[in-house]
Write a new protein. Structure first.
Length: 106
């Protein structure tokens, strides 16, 4: 059994592997490709961007600035939020005009 450790707070991220969409072969393959170092590095990129942006960012803004796919960025932000490292800081409009949550470092 593999245990992925979050280097920020020494809590296990996953006890088996990174999460995958149930029944999706490609999602399982993607989850299996994420080792502990890769996963932590992606989380760190999201956290460091938010640390450098005191006003916070929406997921869309983070994706644009990081050049990161939404399916990669959003789960990393969710993991950070679950650990209390990032928090909601209001809302603002996205490029499409919809309202989105702004995230900042806790």
């Amino acid at each position: 059994m593999s245990v992925y450790i979050d280097s920020q707070c020494d809590l296990p991220l996953f006890t088996q592997r990174a999460p995958a969409v149930n029944g999706s072969i490609t999602s399982a393959q993607a989850a299996d490709s994420l080792g502990p170092a890769t996963l932590n590095a992606l989380q760190r990129r999201v956290l460091e961007l938010l640390q450098a942006t005191p006003g916070g960012l929406t997921d869309e803004e983070m994706q644009t600035r990081l050049g990161m796919n939404p399916s990669t960025q959003r789960p990393r932000r969710i993991e950070l939020a679950r650990r209390g490292l990032v928090v909601e800081a209001g809302t603002r409009r996205t490029a499409s005009g919809r309202m989105a949550t702004v995230w900042r470092v806790a």
